[in-house]
Design a protein around this ligand. Structure first.
Ligand code: SF4
Length: 290
C-alpha cells in the first residue's frame, strides 16, 4: 500500500484497511487543524488506487475499508463509484466502507447519488461539526455553517448511511465556552447521528489558533472547564439512539455512553468530578495526545 504523508483515520476505523484515495484536505483552512498543512491536495488517479486495491485483495477477507484523507467525498461521483465497484469486486468479505466528508461536499450530492454510494457499500460518513455555535465556527474558519451541517446530516441519514459527528471541546476558548457547549448539544440533537466523538482541543505549534493563543486573543479552558463543557453539551443532547464517546486520547474524562439510556448516569459522574475537582480523576497530561 502506498501512503503519502501521515495518515489520519477515525478511532473506530482502527481495524480497517486504510485506502488513501486523496492526499490532504481540499479546504485545509480550519485554524485548529494541523493534519494536512504540509501537503497539497490531490485526488489520486484510478491507476494508483487500483494498484493498492489489487495488493489488498491478497490479504484475505477485509470487512472494513476507510477511504482517506481529509475529505474524500469530494471525489467526483463517477470516480467514487468506480472505486467502490472495484473494491466490491476485489475485496472479499467487505461489509462497510467509511469516509471523511465536509458538509458542503455532502450537499453537492443529491439523494440519488448518496443512495447509489450506499448501495455500493458506503456505510458510514464522518463529519466534523466541531461546534454548533455560529460565532465559534466563524472564528475557527470552518467551511460550513451550522445550517449546512444540519442539512448535510439529514441528507446522509435519509440515504440510510450511518453518520458519525466529531465535536471539539475547548475550541470556543473561555469566552465562548458555555455557548459553544450548549449550542453544540442542540445542533447535535438536530443532526441526530448514530455516533458522536468528542475530542478536546490540543493546540499544535504553527497553526493559526496557536497564534491566537500566543497573542492572548484565545484563552483555553482548564481541564475542569472542559469537563464542564462536556456536561453542558451532554445535557443539551436529545438523541433518538446515539453512541457518544469522549474516550479519544485528547480528553481528560473518557466516557462511552449510549444515549438517551445512559445520559443521566454520565451527567451524574460529571457532576461528581466537578464537585471533587481531584486531578487524579482525570487522564494525566502526559497521556493526552491527538
Ligand atoms: S476540513 Fe477537516 S481536515 Fe480539512 S482543515 Fe478542516 S478540520 Fe482539517
Amino acid at each position: 500500500m502506498k501512503y503519502e504523508g501521515m495518515i489520519y483515520r477515525p478511532p473506530s476505523e482502527a481495524n480497517s484497511l486504510i485506502l488513501q484515495v486523496t492526499v490532504g484536505c481540499s479546504y485545509n483552512g480550519c485554524t485548529f487543524c494541523h493534519s494536512f498543512r504540509d501537503r497539497t491536495f490531490r485526488i489520486k488517479s484510478f491507476d494508483e488506487i487500483k494498484e493498492d486495491i489489487d495488493q489488498a485483495s491478497s490479504f484475505g477477507p477485509i470487512p472494513r475499508v476507510f477511504l482517506a484523507d481529509g475529505d474524500a467525498l469530494i471525489i467526483p461521483q463517477p470516480d467514487l463509484i468506480r472505486i467502490l465497484k472495484y473494491l466490491k469486486l476485489k475485496i472479499s468479505g467487505l461489509e462497510r466502507v467509511g469516509i471523511y466528508a465536509n458538509a458542503v461536499d455532502v450537499l453537492k450530492k443529491d439523494m440519488d447519488e448518496l443512495k447509489e454510494l450506499k448501495a455500493l457499500g458506503l456505510g458510514i460518513i464522518y463529519l466534523g461539526l466541531e461546534s454548533g455555535n455560529p460565532e465559534v465556527l466563524k472564528r475557527v474558519k470552518k467551511n460550513a455553517t451550522v445550517e449546512q451541517m444540519i442539512r448535510a446530516a439529514k441528507r446522509v441519514k435519509e440515504a440510510a448511511i450511518q453518520l458519525s459527528v466529531t465535536v471539539l471541546l475547548g475550541v470556543g476558548g473561555v469566552e465562548l465556552s458555555h455557548d459553544h457547549a450548549a449550542d453544540t448539544g442542540k445542533v447535535l440533537s438536530e443532526m441526530d447521528p448514530e455516533f458522536v466523538g468528542a475530542l478536546s482541543l490540543i493546540v499544535v505549534p504553527g497553526t493559526p489558533i496557536d497564534e491566537e493563543l500566543r497573542s492572548g486573543r484565545l484563552v483555553l479552558p482548564n481541564p475542569f472547564e472542559l469537563i464542564r463543557e462536556l456536561g453542558i453539551m451532554i445535557a443539551n443532547c436529545r438523541f433518538t439512539e446515539c453512541f457518544f464517546a469522549s474516550n479519544h486520547a485528547s480528553n481528560y474524562l473518557p466516557l462511552r455512553i449510549r444515549m438517551p439510556r445512559e445520559k443521566e448516569r454520565a451527567l451524574q459522574l460529571i457532576r461528581e468530578v466537578l464537585k471533587r475537582k481531584d486531578p487524579d480523576l482525570l487522564r494525566p497530561e502526559y497521556m493526552r495526545a491527538l
